[in-house]
Design a protein around this ligand. Structure first.
Ligand SMILES: *Cc1c(COP(=O)(O)O)cnc(C)c1O
Length: 362
């Protein structure tokens, strides 16, 4: 080891899902939206004048912050915008988790939380989900330095009752409770309505899934103006211009088109319910999902085998080789047509295992 290496801030980073360059692929591995963003996004990007890029963007991100605030009936001082919710969450960890007591989040959840905690030297503890992958609210009614709950949870897809979540928030007035609602738009109940009531609640959402803008990197947090002020202080201590001009303009357009948004979320929900039915018929079991993915396990065939077989057929899903979940595949909901191809492949693959005399090539 070099002399300087002992002073390096070492961290085991998060591993994002792969972005393969496979033209034939059906990509069901990173919970992206299969539909394009609202038409206004394309229009505003086309109308951008590249020469204007010589200017710094608006550091207050006003146009986008206002579009979000107006959409949810909030004031702009209750909204913080960042480079994807990953950026918003990282800044929130840095701003709000500064205690010697452990921050609490479930053992099975978004696997970026422990990475940020390690990076920022935040102590944490991970209460176990129950056998049905549900969060036990009692685990969060103890002393702590902060709480993070993804609702619905990832990668399980399981939604926690809003009343249980509210109990956790109200029982912890000395901690900031972050609710990560990356998937809330696919049929779950949002905690946004509680931010007026609880000054310790920060609700984080993203444009990456329900608004089809993963490539633009836009996320936001809503909370009491004092919480938002502290977040802005951290942001302005790292980088004044987090959001680029294109993202600000495109995000505002996406947020304004509620008809397009609702219609496409509904399509995904309908396709999800169809996929659940088909997966059930094929011998998969899964916790009920209120997200744009299904976390499923087959009754006989190991997840690693299915993952590899699907991949050979250019269908990408996600497999987490971790304790308690290594037998599950996380399957993003694509278009109806993509899911039909996915299900048809599974039907053929599973039946060729039951009747090996019939070749897969037949
Ligand atoms: C996708 C996801 C995020 C991050 O999304 P961004 O693309 O960074 O906005 C955050 N939390 C959970 C639970 C997610 O699944």
């Amino acid at each position: 080891m070099n002399n300087w290496e002992k002073n390096v801030r070492k961290v085991v980073p998060y591993t994002p899902g792969e972005q393969p360059s496979d033209e034939k692929m059906i990509k069901l591995n990173t919970n992206e939206n299969p539909y394009p963003p609202a038409p206004g996004v394309q229009k505003v990007l086309q109308e951008m004048d590249g020469r204007d890029l010589r200017l710094y963007p608006d550091p207050s991100i006003h146009v986008l912050t206002k579009a979000i605030a107006d959409s949810y009936g909030l004031d702009t001082n209750q909204v913080f915008v960042g480079v994807g919710s990953d950026d918003v969450l990282a800044m929130s960890f840095l701003a709000f988790f500064n205690s010697d007591k452990p921050v609490l989040f479930p053992d099975i959840t978004y696997s970026f939380y422990d990475v940020w905690a390690d990076l920022f030297r935040i102590p944490y503890r991970c209460p176990e989900l129950d056998e049905e992958f549900c969060i036990c609210k009692e685990d969060y009614l103890v002393e702590n330095g902060g709480i993070v709950i993804a609702n619905p949870n990832a990668p399980t897809g399981v939604e926690m009752e809003l009343s249980d979540l509210e109990e956790i928030i109200s029982a912890n007035p000395s901690s900031v409770v972050i609710v990560d609602e990356a998937y809330v738009d696919f049929g779950a109940r949002s905690a946004l309505g509680l931010i007026e009531k609880y000054d310790n609640l920060l609700v984080v959402q993203t444009f990456s899934k329900s608004r089809s803008l993963a490539g633009m990197r836009i996320g936001f947090a809503c909370g009491n103006p004092t919480l938002i002020r502290y977040l802005l202080d951290v942001k302005y201590s790292i980088n004044s211009y987090t959001m680029n001009s294109a993202a600000i303009a495109a995000g505002a357009e996406a947020m304004k088109d509620w008809d397009y948004f609702r219609e496409h979320c509904e399509k995904i929900v309908v396709t999800r319910e169809w996929t659940k039915e088909k997966l059930g018929e094929l011998g998969f079991s899964f916790p009920d999902s209120s997200t744009n993915f299904i976390f499923a396990k087959h009754e006989r065939v190991p997840a690693a085998e299915l993952f590899a077989a699907l991949r050979d057929a250019h269908i990408y899903v996600r497999h987490f080789d971790r304790p308690r979940i290594s037998e599950y595949l996380r399957i993003t909901i694509g278009t109806r047509e993509q899911m039909e191809t996915f299900i048809a492949f599974l039907e053929k693959y599973l039946s060729s295992k039951d009747h090996p005399e019939k070749s897969m090539e037949a």
